[in-house]
Structure formats: structure tokens, C-alpha cells
Design a protein around this ligand. Structure first.
Ligand SMILES: Cc1ncc(COP(=O)(O)O)c(C=O)c1O
Length: 444
């Protein structure tokens, strides 16, 4: 067995022995999951139940997870948070319609708009988290969008975002309840929020449904996620909604890891995350002494977003230096480095990270005047019409006046300036050129 490019790449990466500050949350360490999982890679059998017709062991495991999260119903996904998002949007808008969306969202959500023929109305975040970050959707903007669009079937938010920035879920969920529309939350990065010193999980704070990418921050195999439902009217159709989009061969290993993670959370979750909060706070303090700040306002206490540009270091350069010190971050852009820490990071991982942070040489803040985001362009086609149409890639000069077939989301600050179906204006083309983006896919 020599001609195995992917398997070989994985072995070679493992050989580097880097401290993992990225997903998955189990950090590939012995003890996070049973070593004999391979021997449990079964399929639907009389003994093992069937995910989309669950009435035995899978249903029992889902019920235990629902109890843990205080949900009316929790459903397993072996197809990532993406499957949960697809099902969640189907439950709110099975035959399409208007939904109010946070402009900062994952591409799987845009693709689901196309699948379900959903028309988005955008709510832009306000830049309340500091320079280089998208910020937060403000409850006042949700209220006015709901007043302007009384036909909206739901409000959809991403919280926490990739950088750990949290929206004001209690205020926004109260507004949604008052208006009689469900609040759907993409909680991909926040499954663990229920186990912190203060429960910050959006379901606990009032969301109607949350899509939770368990594998990102918990000891769960990649692809394991939970859809948590508080809205009673979503419950009866929820399995059908998951089955509409899911593979008929969900991995039993992934599902077993969800069950094991739930049991681990019950036994050890709170203590483990309390210790992690303290450890991450110590890293933040060290970073602050180097002039490296964290996002401002309410944030996930265990997400480490190092805003290195504030200390004169490009995030991408800082990430390279971390790698030289044996630390693999989750993500970097010009303004910051994002690290995902979980209870499965060892003390030696944190010490390596601290050594790397000490080695960052702070300088004068990279004070790039953040260019003002261009105005939202007009939507000429729905996401469905744009994404399912033939497309061609054009240089920006030729793309002006045409309809985008893809999202352009320069980082920082990570707010999409154009989405599929929207007109590419001169202003947008100029903005994209400023980020070194010179071509875009457009509808043919
Ligand atoms: C905000 C957000 N939502 C959804 C997803 C999709 O999650 P998954 O990869 O588990 O399908 C991601 C993945 O990175 C994400 O960052």
C-alpha cells in the first residue's frame, strides 16, 4: 500500500506532532474516544436501530441528549451541522418564503436557501466586536426587520461566530417570541456553551432551534452534530426533515461518538470546561501583555481569537510562527488568528502556545483604515435561481452589472459583500480589488 495520497498526507501531518488548536474537539488524543471504535462500524441491524426511523437505541440516545440540553427533541446528525441547518430551515420554511438572515453565515445556509427556494432579507451586523471582525446583529435591527417583513417565517442568526462573538440571544429571542416567529441559531461553534460556568447555549437563552456542530468543540468524530429543538411545532416533522437531506448510510462510529460525548458531558463536562475557561483566560492575559487583544463585548470564554494586527503582526504571519512552534491554529486572516481549545488539549499544548505567543514581536498596530463596506447590492435573482444557473468566471471589470453566482466575503471583516443573485456594482468591484480579488463567478 504505497499509492495512498490522502492516507499518506494524514500520516505525514500526524508525524509533525503539532498541538491541535483546530477541529475536531477530541484532538486525536488517546482516551478521548475508545480505541476499538473500528470494531463498532456496523450498519442498520435489528440490534442497532436506524437513524431516520429511530425507535430503539438511537432514539434512546437522542432522548438522553435532549434531556442534557433541555430540548423538546434532539436529533443526531452524522452529516455535520450542515444537515442540521438544512433540516432546521426546512422546518421553518418547507415551501420556501422569506426568512430574515444575519448577513454573516456559512455557505451551507446559502446552499439550503437554493434547495428550499428561500428568499433572504439581510440583517447586517453592527461592528461591535472591534476592528477586523464582523460584529453582531443588534436586537433593534431584528425588531425593525420584523416590522418591515411581517411575512417572515423565521429569524436566522449565526452565534457564536467563528471568532467566538455572541449575539444578544435573550433580547433577540424575546423579540421573535413577541412577533410569533421562530429564532433559528447556527450554533456550529457553540455546542459546548451549555457547560461553561455560565450557561450561554442559545437554546437555553431562548432560541427555538439550534444546529450544533458537536465535532468542533467536543470529543466527537468529524461529522457528528446535534439538532436541538425547543419549538414544539417542529418536533413531529423533524426526522423527516433530516431524512430529506441525509445519507442513508450514516456512520455508526460518528453516532456512537455523539452518544459517548453526551455521557462524558454529563459526568465531566462542567468541571472540564471550567478548567478550560481558566486556562484560556491565562493565555488571553499573556497575549494582552503582548498587546494582542480579544474581541470586544460578549464572547465565548473558551474561543481564542488573537487580534494580532492590533500588535502590528499580520494574523497569517502569526499563524506561521505558531506552526514553527509546533502549534496548528484553526484559521488566520490578516487581522487575527483563531484557535479552538477544548478540554482535550494538554497542558503541554498550552505551554507550546504560550511560548509561541511570547515569541511574537509586537510592533505598531497595523492601522489599515478599514474600508467602509459597500452598500448592499440589489437582489436580481433568488439564491435558488442564481445557484442553479450555469455560471462563468469573469474578470471584475467584465463582471460589473452582472449577477453574482457565488459569495464574495473578504476577510477581515468577513461580511459578504455580494451573495448569489445580487448585482455586482462598481463599488463592490472596487472593494474586492482592494482585497486582491480580481475575478468572480457570475450567472451566464
Ligand atoms: C458557522 C458555521 N456553520 C455551519 C458550519 C457547517 O458545519 P459542519 O462542517 O459540521 O457541517 C460551519 C463549518 O465550519 C460553520 O463554521
Amino acid at each position: 500500500m504505497t499509492d495512498t495520497p490522502l492516507y499518506t498526507a494524514l500520516l505525514e501531518h500526524r508525524q509533525k506532532n503539532r498541538a491541535s488548536f483546530h477541529t475536531p474537539g477530541h484532538k486525536n488524543v488517546p482516551g478521548a474516544l475508545p480505541p476499538d471504535l473500528l470494531s463498532l462500524d456496523f450498519t442498520e441491524l435489528p440490534d442497532t436501530d436506524s437513524l431516520f426511523e429511530a425507535e430503539g437505541a438511537i432514539l434512546a440516545a437522542e432522548q438522553r441528549a435532549a434531556r442534557l440540553f433541555g430540548a423538546k427533541r434532539t436529533l443526531f446528525s452524522a452529516g455535520g451541522c450542515t444537515l442540521c441547518l438544512q433540516a432546521m430551515l426546512y422546518l421553518a420554511a418547507p415551501r420556501g418564503g422569506t426568512i430574515l438572515f444575519d448577513r454573516v453565515l456559512h455557505r451551507s445556509v446559502v446552499h439550503t436557501m437554493a434547495l428550499l427556494d428561500i428568499t433572504p432579507v439581510w440583517i447586517l451586523p453592527r461592528p461591535t466586536a472591534g476592528r477586523g471582525l464582523p460584529g453582531r446583529v443588534d436586537s433593534r435591527d431584528v425588531l425593525s426587520a420584523l416590522r418591515e417583513h411581517p411575512d417572515a417565517k423565521a429569524v436566522f442568526l449565526t452565534s457564536p461566530d467563528y471568532y467566538g462573538v455572541l449575539a444578544d440571544i435573550p433580547a433577540i429571542s424575546a423579540i421573535c417570541r413577541e412577533a410569533g416567529v421562530p429564532l433559528l441559531v447556527d450554533n456550529a461553534h457553540g455546542t459546548h456553551l451549555a457547560f461553561l460556568k455560565k450557561n450561554l447555549h442559545p437554546l437555553f437563552l431562548g432560541a427555538s432551534a439550534t444546529a450544533c456542530s458537536a465535532h468542533k468543540t467536543l470529543p466527537v468524530l468529524t461529522g457528528g452534530a446535534w439538532l436541538n429543538l425547543a419549538e414544539p411545532s417542529f418536533v413531529s416533522d423533524a426526522k423527516r426533515a433530516m431524512a430529506l437531506f441525509g445519507s442513508t448510510s450514516p456512520s455508526y462510529l460518528v453516532m456512537a461518538s455523539l452518544d459517548l460525548a453526551r455521557a462524558w458531558l454529563e459526568e465531566s463536562g462542567r468541571a472540564a470546561f471550567a478548567a478550560l475557561e481558566d486556562r484560556v483566560a491565562a493565555v488571553r492575559k499573556l497575549a494582552a501583555r503582548q498587546g494582542i487583544s480579544a474581541p470586544e463585548g460578549d464572547c465565548d470564554p473558551v474561543r481564542l481569537t488573537l487580534r494580532t494586527a492590533e500588535a502590528g503582526i499580520l494574523g497569517t504571519d502569526a499563524a506561521e510562527l505558531l506552526r514553527e512552534h509546533g502549534v496548528e491554529p484553526e484559521y488566520a486572516d490578516a487581522a487575527q488568528v483563531v484557535l479552538i481549545a477544548t478540554p482535550f488539549n494538554s497542558e503541554s499544548d498550552f505551554q507550546r502556545l504560550e511560548t509561541a505567543i511570547r515569541a511574537l514581536r509586537p510592533g505598531k498596530a497595523i492601522a489599515e483604515a478599514a474600508p467602509a463596506l459597500p452598500a448592499l447590492p440589489p437582489m436580481l435573482l433568488t439564491p435558488r435561481q442564481a445557484l442553479l444557473s450555469p455560471a462563468e468566471e469573469l474578470p471584475l471589470a467584465a463582471a460589473v452589472g452582472r449577477i453574482a453566482a457565488e459569495t464574495a466575503c473578504p476577510c477581515p471583516p468577513g461580511v459578504p459583500v455580494v451573495m448569489p443573485g445580487e448585482k455586482i456594482t462598481d463599488e463592490i468591484a472596487d472593494f474586492l480589488r482592494g482585497y486582491g480579488i480580481f475575478s468572480l463567478k457570475v450567472v451566464k
